[in-house]
Write a protein that binds this ligand. Structure first.
Ligand SMILES: [Zn+2]
Length: 507
């Protein structure tokens, strides 16, 4: 009882704490004992209500009768079910009252609601008078997810979109690189979606809104440098490897199909099996018009897989391969459904783990020809000449290779790392490096890093010249590149400093 009686409470008033009251019952908020005590209390309540349900005057809710379900409880949410008649409701209220008398825990009627379906007129008035709690309307939220008796409308998904927008807005005013924003979208936003996507078919309009929030966060209000549908292809296919929300939704719901097929031991699966399928195989069942929209979507997915595979047996074999005993089953299902691109030979060279992500990102934009050099901004009334030398139009190949200044940069860098081949485009340079620098020796890793570092530092030097007016020399750029490569080498091989010391010194 020490945990229960030892806390004390004060009142916060105008920013200061006043008074001190000893706790006599209840736990501190967040006390690890809390869920344990909750389970103990609810176990008593469960038994109480199940005993009462066996009495003559109680009738189960029609959809719950097969499993004798009277209630569901999770955390501090409790749902009670019965047939819509006063006798049955009265039995439930009796149980609640008895539980209150024994435990001291009283249901807050103002925070509770009565939900009915198919009852109206005097019958509803009588039940309402009996329970003395407000009449609620569907959908309502259970565990953060809207519960509805019919297909959810787009408006019911607004809280999902708002949640994602909330995460994004918290970071919107921070100065993040493209790489930083990419990681944030990948980890936070796509993580938030997961819970919703694994139990609800998300409408296309909502997917568009989520995508739009992410797109604006990544690129700003201006035109996207790379189309979103491309970005969602994997890195091996030359893109960023975001998950396409629609396909990910499909893959997560395929897991539900597997659970139904596999007759996984959960109350919901058994309930679907008995109430909807009525013992029939999930592969033969056709949903009726009024059936659950979630189930209808799941059976659409079933049909997609069967059509793709040709037979039900092959479809089952696929599901089996993805989900049987696998934690990463949904990723395999995603791989199956996702749109396909063409594998790129340079892909691995761009996203090496030791290259700083912001360097990789600029290199990636460079290879795709999406860096905003002046020739791509011809619609703007600006000087079209190279920001570094000012003597020729600024194209990607000029800026990175033909320009006097950057040509000097490459000459020195090549000499430094003993590279003989002429460099003319970013893509060909990367392809050459893939051949030239095989293996994982420090020399080849230095060569692999140097392309990303050179492209990045040339690009930032150009931007500094253009937007801040800072004069940059080839020597300045070379120094930055060498320092960066040195940093990468040091992080990879902190104990073999002497061997490659000459790299950083430029001998
Ligand atoms: Zn130039």
């Amino acid at each position: 009882m020490e945990c229960v009686t030892s806390p004390s409470y004060s009142i916060a008033l105008n920013g200061s704490l006043y008074g001190k009251f000893a706790g006599k019952k209840g736990l501190r908020q967040g006390d690890p004992l809390s869920p344990f005590l909750f389970v103990l209390c609810l176990e008593y309540f469960s038994r109480l209500i199940n005993l009462a349900a066996n009495r003559d005057r109680f009738a189960y809710h029609p959809k719950c009768a097969k499993f004798n379900i009277t209630h569901l409880a999770f955390a501090d949410d409790l749902m009670l079910f019965s047939k819509g008649d006063c006798n049955s409701v009265d039995v439930l209220l009796d149980c609640l009252n008895k539980f209150s008398r024994c435990s001291g825990l009283r249901a807050n009627l103002k925070k509770s609601s009565l939900y009915t379906a198919g009852i109206s007129g005097q019958k509803l008035v009588n039940i309402h008078r009996l329970v003395n709690m407000p009449i609620g309307s569907m959908p309502f939220k259970y565990l953060g997810i809207p519960l509805a008796a019919e297909k959810l409308k787009a408006v019911h998904y607004v809280s999902l979109v708002e949640k994602i927008a909330g995460y994004i807005n918290a970071w919107a005013n921070c100065t993040l690189t493209y790489a930083g924003r990419t990681e944030l979208i990948r980890s936070v936003v796509q993580g938030v979606e997961c819970f919703w996507l694994s139990i609800l078919p998300i409408p296309g309009t909502m997917i568009d809104r989520i995508t739009n929030i992410c797109r604006i966060f990544l690129w700003g209000e201006r035109k996207a440098l790379v189309a979103w549908k491309n970005i969602c292809l994997p890195k091996t296919e030359g893109e960023l490897g975001f998950r396409d929300v629609k396909t990910w939704n499909l893959a997560l719901l395929a897991k539900v199909l597997w659970n139904i097929h596999d007759k996984r031991d959960s109350l919901w699966i058994r309930w679907v099996d008995q109430v909807y399928l009525n013992g029939a195989s999930v592969w033969d069942w056709t949903p009726a018009k009024g059936d659950s929209p979630l189930l209808k979507r799941i059976f659409e997915i079933r049909d997609i897989i069967v059509k793709k595979e040709g037979t039900t047996q092959l479809a089952i074999a696929n599901l089996n391969r993805w989900f049987a005993g696998e934690i990463s089953g949904c990723s395999k299902a995603y791989e199956y459904f996702r749109p396909r691109g063409i594998p790129k030979v340079w892909a691995n060279e761009v996203w090496r783990h030791y290259i700083p992500p912001k360097h990789s990102f600029i290199l990636w934009l460079g290879i795709k020809g999406r860096l905003q050099t002046k020739d791509r901004l011809h619609y703007m009334d600006i000087d079209q000449n190279c920001a570094l030398c000012g003597t020729a139009p600024e194209t990607l190949d000029h800026l990175f290779f033909q320009c006097n200044i950057t040509n000097q940069v490459w000459l020195q860098i090549k000499k430094w790392l003993r590279i003989t081949r002429a460099m003319t485009t970013i893509k060909s340079t990367l392809k050459y490096m893939k051949k030239e620098a095989r293996g994982t020796s420090w020399q080849s890793r230095a060569k692999k890093s140097v392309v990303a570092c050179t492209v990045y530092h040339i690009w930032t030097a150009r931007n500094r010249r253009l937007f801040e007016g800072t004069v940059v020399t080839s020597d300045g750029i070379i120094r930055e590149i060498k320092t960066q490569v040195y940093k990468i080498m040091f992080s990879l091989y902190p104990h073999v400093l002497v061997q490659y010391e000459h790299l950083a010194l430029g001998h």
